[in-house]
Design a protein around this ligand. Structure first.
Ligand code: AHR
Length: 553
C-alpha cells in the first residue's frame, strides 16, 4: 500500500534522521553528553574508602519528598496488540462478558498500577473520541495514520473507564491536539466529568453511563515537537493551542490537572528550547510538563557496552534536572508563584522494534507492532530507572512505564495465555515496595570508568520510608558485571527489627529473556534475609543484579 506506507516510513525516518543530525551537532542524548558530571551527585554517592565495599547511610528523618503512587503508572495506546488482543478480546475464552481479558486484568490488578495513560501516544493526534462512543455497531472502522492500522473503535472511552474500574486503576486521558481542536477536547471533558444537563454529559447518559467519571489528570496532546506527530506544529503554536485547550477544559471542570507536552527527549534538536517556548505561552494554565525517554543498548548510545548501558538511568535524572531548570526559568521570568511538576509519561527500553514492519500496521487490525522482547540487562536498566524516578519525587508526580501489554511491555499475551517479560519485575517491585517518602540516602560506592562518562558508581541505591507502616525498602542495582559487592547499611536514627522481604533478579546470561516456551528463564529469587547487628546490616549483592530488601522498623 504505497499511499499509506509513506507516513510510517516518515515516522521512523524522521526519528532516525533526528538522531543522526543531533548526534552530528553534538546535542544528542549520547551517554557522554547526558551522564557527564552527574554520576555521583545524582544519588548523593561519594567514592567508597575501599574498592569492594559500599556503604548506605539510612536516616529516616531525611526524606526527599512524598512518593506519589502515580510515580509508577503505565500506558495503554491504541497501537498494535495493546488494546485489541491485549486487554480486550471479546472472541476469547479468556475474556469476561465485557470482552476484557480476565488473565490480563488479574495481572494488572495484582501489579497495582495506579494510573494508566490512554489512548495514545501518537495515536491520539488523529483520534476522534466520538468514533469510540455509542452503540458499537455504528462505530466506524478508521484508518489510524499514526501506525497505519485499522481501528475498529470497538473499544473507546467508556470501555476504558469500565476497564479501569475493573483493574483498580485511574485514567490519565490524552486529548487530541494534532487534528483535534480545543473545543473537542473540552467536549470530551464535559462528556466524562459533567453530571448532567449539557449536550455532552447527556450524550454520555444516553450511552448508558449515569455517573460522571471525574477524570482528574489530562495530557494536552502528545509529542507535538516531533515531525512524526500528526498535526506537528511549532512550540509557540502548540503553547497557544495548549493554553486555549486548558482554558476551555477548565471552564468545564476547574478541578482538572493539565499536563503540557514537553520535549520528546534529549535527541530532539529543539530539546529544552521547545519546553521554554511552550511554557512561555501556557505556564499559567497548566500544572505539569511531560517528558519522554526510551533507552537502548545500541551502537550509537552505548557502543553495545552493557557497563555503559546500565549507567543510562543517570541520564534520565539529568533530563529531569534540565527540564526542572527550564520550568524554573519560565516561572522566574513570569514571576509566577506556581511551581510545575513533571509527568514522565513515557519511559522504557525500546530499540529493537523501531523500524519497518515493527512500526507499520499495513492496514491490519491489531498488528504485531513494537513487540520488543526484553532480556536481563534491560530489566537491570529498568531497575536503575525505577531508582532514578524514586530519587526524583520532588519533581516527578506522574510517570508511566510505556507501555503495559504487548507493545514495549512487561506483559505479553497470546490467544492462550500470557507471560511476564524480564522488565516486569523491577517495575513490580517499585509498585509493591516503594511507599511513603523517598529517602535521602548517602551512598558510598566503588566506581568504574566508562568511555565518555565520569566514573560511574557500581552500586545504585534508592530507598523509601513508610512512616505509617514503619517500613524501609532499599532498591539496589549492582552494575558490576563480574563481582559481588558487600553493602553495609548504617542505620543513623533507628535500626530495623525484621526483614520482611529480600529478592534478587540476576542470572549468568545478560541476554536471556522469557517467552511462552520458557516463561521463567529470568525470574526473581528470594535471597537470604540480611542480619542486623546494632546499627549496621551487612549483606552481599550479586554481580549484574537488581535487588530489593524491605525491613520493618
Ligand atoms: O510508546 C510508543 C510511542 O512512542 C508513542 O506512541 C509515542 O508517543 C512515542 O514516540
Amino acid at each position: 500500500m504505497p499511499k499509506n506506507k509513506e507516513p510510517i516510513e516518515r515516522f521512523s525516518r524522521s526519528r532516525r534522521r533526528f538522531l543522526q543530525s543531533a548526534a552530528a551537532a553534538g546535542i544528542a542524548a549520547s551517554a557522554a553528553h547526558v551522564v557527564r558530571g552527574q554520576s555521583a551527585s545524582a544519588q548523593n554517592s561519594v567514592p567508597a574508602a575501599t574498592s569492594s565495599g559500599a556503604r548506605v547511610v539510612v536516616d529516616c528523618r531525611r526524606t526527599i519528598a512524598p512518593l506519589e503512587r502515580t510515580l509508577f503508572g503505565s500506558f495503554l495506546e491504541h497501537l498494535g496488540r495493546a488494546i485489541y488482543e491485549g486487554i480486550y478480546d471479546p472472541g476469547s475464552k479468556l475474556s469476561d462478558s465485557n470482552g476484557f481479558r480476565k488473565d490480563a486484568l488479574n495481572e494488572i490488578r495484582e501489579l497495582g498500577v495506579p494510573i494508566i495513560r490512554y489512548p495514545g501516544g501518537n495515536f491520539v493526534s488523529g483520534y476522534d473520541w466520538l468514533d469510540g462512543v455509542g452503540p458499537k455497531s455504528s462505530r466506524p472502522r478508521v484508518l489510524d495514520k499514526a501506525w497505519n492500522s485499522i481501528e475498529s473503535n470497538q473499544f473507546g472511552t467508556n470501555e476504558f473507564m469500565a476497564w479501569c474500574k475493573a483493574a483498580g486503576t485511574t485514567p490519565l486521558i490524552g486529548v487530541n491536539l494534532g487534528t483535534g481542536t480545543a473545543e473537542q477536547a473540552a467536549a470530551l471533558v464535559e462528556y466524562c466529568n459533567v453530571e448532567k444537563g449539557t449536550k455532552w454529559s447527556e450524550l454520555r447518559r444516553q450511552h448508558g453511563v449515569t455517573e460522571p467519571y471525574k477524570v482528574e489528570n489530562w495530557c494536552l496532546g502528545n509529542e507535538m515537537d516531533g515531525p512524526w506527530q500528526i498535526g506537528h506544529m511549532s512550540a509557540t503554536e502548540y503553547g497557544l493551542k495548549a493554553a486555549d485547550a486548558a482554558r476551555q477544559m477548565r471552564d468545564v471542570d476547574p478541578s482538572l490537572k493539565l499536563i503540557a507536552c514537553g520535549s520528546s527527549g534529549p535527541f530532539m534538536p529543539t530539546y529544552l528550547e521547545w519546553d521554554r517556548e511552550v511554557l512561555e505561552q501556557c505556564y499559567d494554565y497548566v500544572d505539569g510538563l511531560s517528558l519522554h525517554r526510551y533507552f537502548g543498548n545500541t551502537e550509537r548510545d552505548t557502543g553495545g557496552d552493557t557497563a555503559k548501558y546500565l549507567a543510562m538511568n543517570l541520564s534520565m535524572q539529568q533530563q529531569i534536572a534540565e527540564t526542572v531548570a527550564v520550568c524554573d526559568f519560565v516561572r522566574g521570568h513570569k514571576r509566577s508563584p506556581k511551581k510545575l511538576w513533571l509527568s514522565f509519561d513515557e519511559w522504557n527500553v525500546w530499540y529493537r522494534t523501531t523500524t519497518g514492519d515493527s512500526v507499520n500496521g499495513r492496514m491490519k487490525e491489531a498488528p504485531h507492532l513494537l513487540e520488543e522482547v526484553y532480556n536481563l540487562e534491560d530489566a537491570l536498566l529498568v531497575g536503575g530507572l525505577v531508582n532514578s524516578l524514586l530519587r526524583s519525587t520532588e519533581h516527578v508526580k506522574i510517570a508511566c512505564l510505556a507501555q503495559l501489554i504487548n507493545v514495549i511491555a512487561p506483559i505479553t499475551t497470546s490467544s492462550t495465555g500470557l507471560f511476564r517479560q524480564t522488565i516486569y519485575y523491577p517495575y513490580s517491585w517499585g509498585l509493591q515496595f516503594a511507599r511513603g517518602a523517598t529517602l535521602d540516602l548517602l551512598v558510598e560506592s566503588p566506581s568504574y570508568d566508562v568511555r565518555g562518562m565520569d566514573r560511574v558508581p557500581y552500586l545504585d541505591v534508592a530507598g523509601s520510608f513508610d512512616q505509617g507502616g514503619r517500613k524501609v525498602s532499599l532498591f539496589l542495582l549492582n552494575r558490576d558485571l563480574s563481582k559481588p559487592h558487600v553493602v553495609e547499611v548504617v542505620w543513623a536514627d533507628q535500626s530495623p527489627s525484621t526483614v520482611l522481604s529480600s529478592w534478587v533478579l540476576t542470572g549468568d546470561d545478560l541476554k536471556a529473556s522469557n517467552s511462552f516456551a520458557a516463561p521463567r528463564r529470568v525470574d526473581p529469587q528470594p535471597q537470604p534475609k540480611p542480619a542486623t547487628t546494632g546499627s549496621k546490616t551487612r549483606f552481599e549483592v550479586q554481580p549484574r543484579s537488581y535487588s530489593v530488601v524491605q525491613w520493618s522498623l
